[in-house]
Ligand binder design. Sequence first.
Ligand SMILES: Cc1ncc(C[n+]2csc(CCOP(=O)(O)OP(=O)(O)O)c2C)c(N)n1
Length: 532
Amino acid sequence: MTNVREASFELFRRAGMTTMFGNPGSTELPMLRDFPGDFRYVLGLQEAVVVGMADGFSQASGAPTLVNLHTAPGVGNAMGAIFNAQANHSPLVITAGQQVRAAMTMQANLTNRDAARMPHPLVKWSYEVPRAEDVPAALGRAAHLANLPPKGPVFVSIPMDDWDADVDDGAVGHAIERTVTGRAGADPAAVAELAKRLADAKSPVMVAGPDVDASGAWDEAVALAERQRLPVWAIPAPGGGRIGFPESHPNFQGVLPPAIAPVSQTLEGHDFVLVVGASVFSYYPYIPGPLLPEGASLVVITSDPDEAARAPMGDALVADVKLTLDALLDSVGEADRDAPPERPSPDEPPDSDPMSGTEAMRALAGVWPEDAIAVVETPSSTAALRNQIRISRPGSYYFAAGGGLGYGLASAVGVQIAQPDRPVVCVIGEGSVQYAVSAFYTAAAYDVPLTVLVLRNSEYAILKWFATFEQVEGAPGLDLPKLDTAEIADGYGISSRRVEGAEELQSAMREAIASPKPELVEAGVAPGMWLA
Ligand SMILES: Cc1ncc(C[n+]2csc(CCOP(=O)(O)OP(=O)(O)O)c2C)c(N)n1
């Protein structure tokens, strides 16, 4: 007879989930007993880091990913990262240990009193298994749900004495063998209607979002933009966890501003807005105004029914983005509109000492390898990065769509593990590093050849910008004097160096990116926000 552990690992194996990110405790050890040689366990030293790494790994590998946390306190530590994973549509199968069944009612130490309720609003399904023998079926259900659109995290709490229980081999055999596919095509009538609206529009525009990348639809998005002569914008940066259109393409216009009134001002002159693979829109800060330019209409293509339902304007078509673009391409011909205007090349920023965030990003652009992947958490320089570095390959940009810090450093480790042959560069503020600082340990311990570029401005620059915007004076806690990230990373075993100015940054980054080990470059930058 097979036990729960054997059956569960066989189920993981069949589903391709052989990498597990975790931080173990006594309640998880029974799951990890005789850990199979064909599985890989990636240790994170704190649970927000564990989930952040798994988030990056699942997005960059395109597969559901296993996470193992330590009962209530482990899940508690992970909540901010689960919030980000939900916003990123990352299919994480999060498991947590639980006290033995006999000791739960008396609430022995570490009992998770209400395990399923704890992460409930942040996951697609939250469950504690009623009978030991149902664990493999629950894990199968969790994995299928996580991977169905909209993809996202799920949670299963598993009492620690379940792992050695026997299962019903017949029933478990079915659970292990089942496959569930979920890429649904669009209603042909809706596609025909959309094709007509596009063809009839005088001046249509496309807005590309993260699900273009996640669904593998870059070629279709480019083909549609070229055929219909569409100018293309990226969705506003706060919600833009991934890039869905080559930013060096002549049709590409830039990144939409993140607030209501500026979005409609930017889209002024267009009568039809086609949003592809995104929510409409992840606005912040609140600057009220018309949702669309006068006379314009909007259609969004999204695989997420909730994104479709909650959009404040426009019509929505819920279906797989790639399949829908394919179908749309079959229905639209060559447009005879003028080609869109070309986006100007970025200006050369003036020299300053310390260098500005814009100078730092321009210097980085000069040494950026064509196949590099950017993982970005540098709030005051994100706009400068998007302007200076024109990312133009699929799967090359990751950002926390949820807005919670701690994603950047952790997910960069996971992205690099999933993509060992591409250089991964994490560009991050020194304040942001601290939310996932122990990710340095995993990078060093597992020889993950990540490069981290820390922009050190000794402050929470973006919060000072927000304070001005919100007319808040005298707010405490916005400066970070003497925070020495290079020294901290050194302590975790990461080789680190400090640079000042564009030239030093370039030579340090060239070396760091070429190194087969994790490296950190800490660059001094001037305080302030860098938008150009
Ligand atoms: C978990 C979490 N806590 C707090 C914040 C609020 N927050 C947003 S940006 C920021 C400052 C980040 O500082 P740093 O990385 O140095 O970037 P800078 O603004 O200086 O570019 C803070 C604290 C957040 N987004 N997420």
